[in-house]
Design a protein around this ligand. Structure first.
Ligand code: MTE
Ligand code: MO
Length: 445
C-alpha cells in the first residue's frame, strides 16, 4: 500500500479488532467500589482494555435492592475538566483496519456509526483521514494566505479571521472512498467499516465568499487552489461557483474549536463535495483561471471506469443511505417481534426527500419516517417499525433526494461504473438478518 490508497483489493474477510475483552467483570468490580473506581476509569479507555458487551446484571444491584451508588456520594465536579463518555461506552471509538494502509500516519479511521443516535457525530469519534499524519499547529503560528488573481493579496491571522461575521451549519463530510472496498464483493464485517468514512458536525466559520470579497477577485477567475499546512498539503482545485456558493473557512466544530484531526486551527469545508476537497490545516488559497491538475485530482480521486478510462473531478457525494440498526455490530438480541429499524441517509445535492425500506432484498419497498431536522447536505435519521418473524431477512434502504435522484442498486451502479473504481460507491446495501438475529454484510447481484 502506498501513502494515498484509501482502499485495498479484497482480502480474506477478517473480524478486525473486535474491541471486546474479558476485562468487563474486573472493571465492574472497580466501579462498584465507588469514587476511587471511577477515578481509575480513564485508564480503561485507552490501550487494549475495553469493557465487553453487556453481561448479566448482579441481582444485588436490581430492584428492590439499593445498589451502592445510591447510598454513597459520587465523584465531585471537575474530576474531568474535559468530560469523557461513561466508561461503559468505551466500545464507542474510532477504529482503523490494519491491512488497509501501510502505517497509521497516512491512514484512515472510521466513525462508529452503529452506536450513534440522531445525526451529530461527537468530535472525539469523527473519522480521520490524513495523508501525512495529523498536523499539530499552534494557531499563533498559522496564517491563511489568499493570492493569485485578486486585487489585494492578503495574509490573515487566526484572530483576524474570527473577527469576520460567522455562520454555523450542520453538514456531513464523506470521504469518496466510503464503501470503496466493496466494488468486487462484500468483505467488511462491520457497519463501521462499510460506511464509517463519514461524520456530521455543526461547522462554524466565515463564508469563503466573504474572504474573497475582501481580496477582490479579478474578472476571469474560475478556480481556487486550496493547500493544507500538513506534510501532505493535499492540493485541490475548487470551482469558483462552489467557493462563492456555500464554502466555509471553518474554525468551529460542534461548538468548540476544530479538533486537530479535523484540521485545527482552520479547514476549508465544502458541503456535499467529496471529503478530500475540504482541505484541513488550510494555509493557502490561490485564485486562478483553470484547475491545477494536482496529484490529488489526477493520480488519486479519479474514478476508473469499466473501459479503463479515468473520470476526473467527480466532486459530488450522491445520495446514499444505510441501516444502523440492526447491523453487524447491533444484531437482534430479543427474538422475533416488533423493532424500529433505524438508519441514516444523506445527499451532497441537498435534502433527503424520502427513504424506502425493504426487508425482502429490494422486492418490495415501504417509505420510512424521516426524523427532524431534515437539513440540506446533512445526515438525516430515518426510522420504520418492522416486525421480524425470526426468519432470514434481507434489509435494504434507498435514499431519494430533493432533486429526485434515486440511490442506485449495486447492479445498476456496476452497469455504469464497472468494478475498477474505488471512489463514489453509493449503491444500496444489504444486511442479511440470520434466524439467530445476527446480521451479516452481503451483496445481492
Ligand atoms: N491538508 C489535508 N487536508 C485533508 C486531508 C489531508 O490529508 N490533508 N485529507 C482529506 C481527505 S482524503 C478527507 S476524506 C477529509 C477527511 O476529513 P476528516 O479527517 O475531518 O474526517 O479531509 C481531507 N482534507
Ligand atoms: Mo478521503
Amino acid at each position: 500500500m502506498n501513502d494515498q490508497d484509501e482502499t485495498a483489493p479484497p482480502r480474506t474477510p477478517t473480524a478486525v479488532r473486535p474491541g471486546e475483552s474479558p476485562s468487563r467483570r474486573s472493571f465492574l468490580r472497580k466501579v462498584a467500589g465507588g469514587t476511587a473506581g471511577l477515578a481509575a476509569a480513564p485508564a480503561l479507555l485507552s490501550g487494549t482494555s475495553r469493557p465487553a458487551l453487556a453481561g448479566p446484571a448482579d441481582p444485588a444491584n436490581l430492584p428492590p435492592n439499593n445498589p451502592p451508588w445510591t447510598t454513597t456520594a459520587g465523584y465531585g465536579v471537575v474530576e474531568y475538566p474535559y468530560g469523557m463518555p461513561s466508561p461503559y461506552e468505551a466500545n464507542v471509538v474510532r477504529r482503523n483496519v490494519d491491512w488497509l494502509t501501510a502505517d497509521r500516519i497516512a491512514s484512515i479511521s472510521f466513525t462508529p456509526l452503529a452506536d450513534l443516535s440522531g445525526i451529530i457525530t461527537p468530535n472525539g469519534v469523527c473519522f480521520e483521514r490524513h495523508h501525512g499524519g495529523c498536523a499539530d499547529i499552534n494557531p499563533d503560528e498559522h496564517r491563511l494566505m489568499i493570492h493569485g488573481m485578486v486585487d489585494r493579496p492578503l495574509i490573515f491571522t487566526m484572530d483576524e479571521l474570527t473577527r469576520f461575521p460567522s455562520v454555523s451549519r450542520i453538514h456531513f463530510l464523506e470521504c469518496p472512498a466510503n464503501g470503496g472496498m466493496e466494488w468486487k464483493g462484500a468483505q467488511m464485517t462491520r457497519l463501521q467499516y462499510t460506511h464509517g468514512m463519514i461524520h456530521c458536525c455543526e461547522w462554524t466559520g466565515v463564508p469563503l465568499s466573504v474572504l474573497l470579497d475582501e481580496c477582490g477577485v479579478k474578472p476571469g477567475a474560475k478556480w481556487i487552489l486550496a493547500e493544507g499546512a500538513d506534510a501532505a498539503g493535499n492540493h485541490r482545485s475548487i470551482p469558483m461557483d462552489k467557493a462563492l456558493d456555500d464554502a466555509l473557512v471553518a474554525w468551529g466544530q460542534n461548538g468548540e474549536r476544530l479538533r486537530r484531526e479535523q484540521g485545527y486551527p482552520i479547514r476549508l469545508f465544502l458541503p456535499g463535495y467529496e471529503g478530500n476537497m475540504s482541505v484541513k490545516w488550510l494555509r493557502r488559497l490561490e485564485v486562478g483561471d483553470k484547475p491545477w491538475h494536482s496529484r490529488e485530482e489526477t493520480s488519486r480521486y479519479t474514478d476508473l471506469m469499466a473501459d479503463g478510462k479515468a473520470r476526473k473531478f467527480t466532486f459530488m457525494q450522491e445520495a446514499n443511505s444505510v441501516i444502523t440498526f440492526p447491523c453487524p455490530e447491533k444484531p437482534i438480541r430479543q427474538g422475533p417481534g416488533l423493532y424500529h429499524v433505524s438508519g441514516l441517509a444523506w445527499s451532497g445535492r441537498g435534502k433527503i426527500r424520502r427513504v424506502d425500506f425493504s426487508a425482502d432484498g429490494g422486492n418490495t419497498w415501504t417509505p420510512a419516517r424521516l426524523n427532524e431536522p431534515v437539513l440540506s447536505k446533512c445526515l438525516t435519521r430515518f426510522e420504520i417499525p418492522w416486525t421480524w418473524d425470526g426468519k432470514d431477512a434481507f434489509l435494504q434502504c434507498r435514499a431519494i433526494d430533493e432533486t429526485g435522484y434515486v440511490q442506485p442498486s449495486l447492479p445498476q451502479l456496476r452497469a455504469v461504473r464497472g468494478t475498477n473504481s474505488i471512489y463514489h460507491k453509493n449503491s444500496i446495501y444489504t444486511w442479511h438478518v440470520l434466524p439467530g438475529g445476527e446480521v451479516e454484510n452481503v451483496q445481492i447481484s
